[in-house]
Each structure stands twice: as structure tokens, then as C-alpha cells.
Design a protein around this ligand. Structure first.
Ligand code: GLY
Length: 351
């Protein structure tokens, strides 16, 4: 079954298409754009990339933080120019979130903006990174510090790409699907993966349509992410993004409970949802709560003290100036487990 989800942004509106085999829609998309040439940047084998229907340059990419830097953008733009790509043509990305991020930024900058189509090949990229127009690269001083909003012309989430994903990579995306439970998605437990993807994208599309530039409502997408990002950094990325967000989601439930925003059943629901998806729910043994708190002060949302997206009587919302003592207390009461067990639990749950 194929699902088409519109992202409604006036003249920058586009569709996200989810389903098996949807990559074959690419030539139709290229034709609609009116491009005469395409550059396909792919982190996947050439046979994963569908025909574009026009003269095409295929460039390799590597899905990894090490290539998510400005020099990669410069190299890509140089290749675009040598190929003779014009602003009426199209760039296509094929890969995970780091590929869609860096290729999206190159497309945003080349000739001050050329059309881009994303073919995300990981669950994380399908449910989050490829949708919504955020593009960025890292600087030595931090992640995603240089970027632009550049909406794609289409996103083709071919679920056939996911059948060969390593199990831990699937869980990486399920962390984002799990957090949707608390920011307005229906209960997706027990639904098929394509249904879960389509529902997560539908939720995100609705939020992005109301707050493209992340000035308010879009913060909701960062549910579980304040602690999640701190855990990723503090563990040197030994925890994958989705795993860290899952632990951050359990923590967000406990924090909302400690602040009297939700009752115990609401707190317990966080643990139940995260556990359902086979994701870790405890803090790694050797991570110091004080280090996590320091890291959370550096979060982009922390303009006024510690800030978290938390459930509450009005639904989830950004809560600023959360007292550090309460945060530390909730961290201290979180269950602990070894990193090996946390990641092992993830792998066992999906084996
Ligand atoms: N990944 C969060 C956002 O797109 O806003």
C-alpha cells in the first residue's frame, strides 16, 4: 500500500510518498520539475538508485558524520558546476539522514537554490530527517551549526530499502516513532512499519506546515531529545540517536510527573511505549548526572534555563526554566544499566 502525505507550505508544498517500490516514481517527479539534468548523490549501491529519465551524474556519498562538513558541500557544488547543472535542474539524495542533510544543503546553496528530491534509505531518515526542509553540516565546535531551510520537491520513502537494514538501525528509527505517541500521533503499537512511517510523517507534516522555521510548535518534534542529545554526546555516540531519544522519552515522562504535569499512569505510559518498541529505558551506569545537566544547558532550546518538551494538561509543550534540582533528582532516580546491556537489550529485542 502506498500513502501520499502532503506537506502544505504554499508554493513550497510537496508530497512525501511512503510504500514499497515508490522509488520508481522518481522519473515522474523529475519530469514534473522540468529538469533536463540530474545529479544523484548516493550512499547506497548504484542499483538502489532508480532511473531519473534525464541525463544523470551519479556521485558517491558516505553516510556518516565525518562527511557532514562544509568541504563536502563545496566538493558537491564543484561537481554540479562541472556537470553543467543549472538552477532548473535537480539534485537527488539517496541514503540516510547525514546524506539527505548534506545534499539538501548543497542544493540550497548551489545557484542560490536548485530543486532536491530525497530518497531516504534508513528508517530514521524516512520518519524524520528527510521531511521538513532542515539541512545542515557540522563544525568542529558542534553538530548542525551551519544549515538552511530548503524544502525538497518530493520525498520518496521506499519501504523496500528497509528490508536489509541492520536491526539496530531499525530501532534507531523506532525511537522517533515511539516519541510520536506523546506529541499527537495515534497509538501506533501493533501497526505495520509502513503505517508507522506514514503516521509519523503525517504528524511531522502537520507541525512543519504550521511552524516551518522552528519558532514554537516544531519544538514538539524534540520530545525526549534534550536528554537524548546529551546522552549521545556523553556516550561518544555509543548510544544511537533513537536509543538516546527513547531513554530521553522515559525521562521526560518522569520529569513531567515530578513537576505535577501528569499523573503516575501518564509517567508509566512512557516506559510502556518505549519498552513496546524494544528500546532502552535506563541511563548508562557510568554517565554522571551532573555532566548530563551541564550538557543539557547547551541545548538549542535552553534559551531560558533548562528547557524540555513535556507532557501536561494542555498536551506536550516546551517548558523553560525547569529547576536544575528537580532535573538532577529525576536523573538520580532513573534506573541504571551498563551500556552493553542497554544496547544488547536493543539487539535482543529485535533478533
Ligand atoms: N528533527 C526535528 C525537526 O525536523 O524539526
Amino acid at each position: 500500500m502506498t500513502t501520499t502525505i502532503p506537506v502544505r507550505l504554499n508554493e513550497r508544498s510537496y508530497d512525501v510518498v511512503v510504500g514499497p517500490g515508490v522509488r520508481t516514481a522518481l522519473p515522474g517527479v523529475v519530469d514534473r520539475i522540468g529538469a533536463r539534468r540530474a545529479v544523484v548523490v548516493s550512499a547506497r549501491p548504484a542499483d538502489w538508485v532508480p532511473d531519473t529519465g534525464v541525463e544523470t551524474l551519479l556521485l558517491p556519498a558516505r553516510d556518516g558524520e565525518q562527511d557532514k562538513r562544509l568541504s563536502t558541500v563545496e566538493e558537491l557544488c564543484g561537481e554540479f558546476a562541472r556537470f553543467g547543472l543549472t538552477r532548473s535542474d535537480v539534485v537527488v539524495s539517496c541514503g540516510g539522514g547525514t546524506t539527505t542533510d548534506v545534499v539538501g544543503l548543497a542544493a540550497a546553496l548551489y545557484h542560490r537554490g536548485v530543486a532536491v528530491v530525497h530518497l531516504p534509505t534508513t528508517l530514521l531518515a524516512q520518519v524524520d530527517a528527510s521531511v521538513g526542509g532542515k539541512t545542515a553540516v557540522n563544525l568542529p565546535s558542534g553538530k548542525n551549526l551551519v544549515g538552511a531551510y530548503w524544502q525538497p520537491s518530493a520525498v520518496l520513502c521506499d519501504t523496500d530499502y528497509l528490508t536489509t537494514l541492520p536491526r539496530r538501525e531499525v530501532l534507531n528509527g523506532l525511537g522517533e516513532i515511539a516519541r510520536c505517541h506523546f506529541i499527537g500521533a495515534p497509538d501506533l503499537r501493533g501497526r505495520s512499519l509502513p503505517e508507522q512511517i506514514a503516521a509519523s510523517v503525517t504528524l511531522k507534516a502537520g507541525i512543519v506546515a504550521q511552524d516551518e522555521r522552528d519558532t514554537g510548535l516544531r519544538h514538539l518534534l524534540n520530545y525526549g531529545h534534550t536528554l537524548g542529545h546529551a546522552l549521545e554526546i556523553t556516550t561518544g555516540f555509543a548510544l544511537r540517536h533513537g536509543e538516546a531519544v527513547a531513554i530521553g522519552t522515559v525521562f521526560a515522562g518522569r520529569l513531567a510527573g515530578a513537576l505535577g504535569r501528569i499523573d503516575q499512569s501518564g509517567v508509566d505510559e512512557h516506559l510502556a511505549v518505549v519498552r513496546h518498541y524494544g528500546l532502552p529505558a535506563a541511563l548508562p551506569d557510568d554517565v554522571d548526572a551532573a555532566v548530563l545537566v551541564r550538557q543539557m544547558y547547551r541545548d538549542k532550546k535552553a534559551i531560558s534555563g533548562l528547557a524540555f518538551v513535556l507532557a501536561g494538561p494542555r498536551g506536550a509543550e516546551l517548558v523553560s526554566d525547569v529547576p536544575p534540582g528537580v532535573v538532577t533528582d529525576v536523573l538520580d532516580r532513573m534506573p541504571r544499566d551498563s551500556l552493553g546491556n542497554l544496547v544488547g537489550a536493543t539487539e535482543a529485542a529485535t533478533a
